[in-house]
Design a protein around this ligand. Structure first.
Ligand code: NI
Length: 189
């Protein structure tokens, strides 16, 4: 199944507020399929539609650890294909309840190579629709709660670097811009 290209910071699409989905049609089903493929391939544990250039309120998530097996060569590990048993797809997701706080390390497929501690709510209840149009409610905590908060932020054009304190944010932005500058120079050469 096709994977889609993941947009990276500072692509302006990542800053757009996404529109609610009004109809679950073939294009949307294809988008969900492609987003899951793209997330697993990356590999990542969550992906929001704007990261693949679609400004609609859609996310996928799967925090189930992927099974690793030893490869044929020494120190080689092979990541088995995900079984998708814990894949979550949400259309028009909303956080309807949240409680507590926790600081944890966070990264983003759209800001590859950078992580930072981010304060999030510890516990959330998320409501949204599945691909069949049924309303689903998910109560969760810790990592999955963090993923939902991170991905729903994406739907509002917010990146994890925006959630840092001012000093930390400026420092990380400088590092990212420096890395991007280097990449551009290499591309020219
Ligand atoms: Ni992200």
């Amino acid at each position: 199944m096709p994977e889609r290209n993941i947009l990276t910071y500072p692509d302006p699409t990542l800053r757009k507020k996404c529109d609610p989905v009004e109809e679950i049609d073939d294009d949307l089903i294809q988008l969900l399929d492609d987003m899951a493929d793209t997330m697993y391939q990356a590999p990542g544990i969550g992906l929001a539609a704007p990261q693949v250039g679609v400004t609609k309120r859609v996310l996928v998530a799967d925090i189930k650890p992927r099974e690793r097996v030893e490869g044929t060569e020494e120190d080689e590990e092979i990541l088995l294909p995900p079984d998708r048993s814990e894949l979550i797809e949400l259309i028009n997701p909303e956080i309807v309840f949240s409680d507590g706080e926790i600081v944890g390390e966070e990264g983003c497929l759209s800001i590859p190579g950078f992580v930072s501690d981010v304060k999030r709510k510890y516990e959330v209840t998320v409501e949204g629709y599945n691909r069949d149009g049924a309303l689903v409610e998910i109560k969760c905590e810790d990592l999955l709660a963090r993923v939902f908060q991170h991905e729903i932020d994406h739907l509002d054009g917010i990146l994890f670097i925006d959630r840092l304190g001012r000093l930390k944010r400026e420092l990380l932005k400088k590092k990212i811009e420096k890395a991007l500058g280097k990449e551009e120079k290499q591309a020219v050469l």
